[in-house]
Design a protein around this ligand. Structure first.
Ligand SMILES: Cc1cc2nc3c(=O)[nH]c(=O)nc-3n(C[C@H](O)[C@H](O)[C@H](O)COP(=O)(O)OP(=O)(O)OC[C@H]3O[C@@H](n4cnc5c(N)ncnc54)[C@H](O)[C@@H]3O)c2cc1C
Length: 334
């Protein structure tokens, strides 16, 4: 039987949809490289699909030293059965020490099944990963107990150590077009009979908002007072080329759709600029935006906790301040 010492390297599951890498993969490669360097091992990726060789090259340019590929018509569209079966075989034969997945719908579907088949642990929804300098074990941190504390979890006895990681939290890897690496087609068995579901058609729903990709987010909270307030927030977001976010209080009040919600039970974001308007800064909201590059808070209460994480704080009524900002940004355009 294999011992812990037989497992080596950090793997990133290279989730792709219709031949395009999911953005979180680039973030996982950025974080995976830091972990691999700290553990003194290589960063690798595991890629499944059909006609995906070009993606293997892209993964190398983003830092993967080796890309393990299964290219197969049976893997053309994601199915739980096929993907979990093939990745489990890759893990059992090649033995990575750490495997990272995006906490996307696919990653959340796949990772627990692979963990069960490989008889190892899985920490879901991590927001921080580190290698313990003493024993080189992976320390996986995630919010616990309603976000009131951060729990650091280790997987001491089983391998690989596996985590799903929230999109939008980790720094993206830099692209290096001159990077060279190895593409390895690994052995596996997969038959059409192994797959119990047939994907007939992929129907894309209209994406209302893409918070994770946005460079600028203007968010509104309960301080708006009513749903009409979001018209002002949208005007500021449009003027700056950003998108609209919100607190959960605004969603719960029915003022805006949940797809806009930022925070622990919404989306985790890391834009260049985050403007919080009439948002108090509850810990569950901060959990989703406090790593933004620049945070600007507008709140009439100078003691609002949002000011503790803000780079710039504007104390006053948002209905006075936001129109002034819109006017100022419009003037810049002329
Ligand atoms: C398990 C759990 C998960 C949660 N997940 C999330 C989550 O994902 N995201 C999230 O946001 N919350 C979440 N919450 C809720 C969170 O605890 C807060 O209740 C919520 O964030 C508060 O929203 P808010 O800041 O808009 O409202 P409030 O806390 O009511 O703050 C409103 C703010 O607006 C200011 N204000 C009022 N009028 C004006 C004005 N005219 N001009 C300027 N400022 C004004 C006030 O001073 C106040 O600071 C969660 C809670 C729990 C228990």
């Amino acid at each position: 039987m294999a011992g812990k010492e037989d497992y080596k390297n950090v793997w990133v599951y290279a989730e792709q949809r219709q031949g395009v890498l999911t953005p979180v993969v680039i973030e996982l490669l950025g974080e995976g490289k830091k972990l691999a360097d700290a553990a003194g091992v290589d960063l690798c990726a595991v890629l499944l699909g059909h006609n995906v060789k070009n993606l293997a090259e892209e993964l190398i340019q983003y830092g993967a030293k080796t890309v393990y590929v299964a290219d197969d018509p049976l893997l053309d569209k994601y199915t739980t059965d096929a993907y979990s079966k093939v990745i489990t075989q890759a893990i059992e034969s090649i033995k990575p020490e750490i495997v990272l997945y995006g906490a996307t719908h696919i990653g959340r579907d796949l990772a627990p099944r692979i963990a069960a088949r490989c008889a190892t642990g899985l920490t879901a929804d991590c927001t921080k990963l580190e290698i313990n300098p003493d024993d080189k074990k992976l320390m996986q941190t995630r919010p616990a107990f309603g976000g009131n504390l951060m729990a650091t979890i280790i997987c001491p006895n089983h391998r690989p150590q596996m985590s799903t990681v929230r999109p939008g939290v980790m720094e993206k890897a830099e692209k290096d077009e001159t990077a060279r690496g190895e593409i390895v087609e690994f052995d596996y068995t997969l038959k059409a009979d192994d797959i119990r579901t047939v994907v007939m058609e992929i129907v894309k729903t209209k994406k209302t908002v893409s918070l994770t990709d946005a460079d600028i987010i203007v968010s509104g909270g309960r301080g708006l007072g009513d749903p009409e307030g979001f018209k002002l927030i949208k005007e500021l977001a449009d003027t700056m080329g950003g998108v609209v976010g919100s607190s959960r209080a605004a969603v719960d009040a029915g003022w805006i759709d949940k797809s806009h919600q930022v925070g622990q039970t919404g989306t985790t974001v890391k834009p260049k600029i985050y403007i919080a308007c009439g948002i108090s800064g509850a810990i569950q909201h901060l959990a989703g935006m406090q790593t933004s590059d620049t945070i600007i808070a507008i709140n009439k209460n100078p003691r609002a906790p949002i000011f503790e994480v803000a780079d710039y704080g504007l104390v006053g009524d948002l209905y006075d301040i936001v129109p002034m900002l819109i006017e100022a940004f419009k003037a810049l355009e002329q």
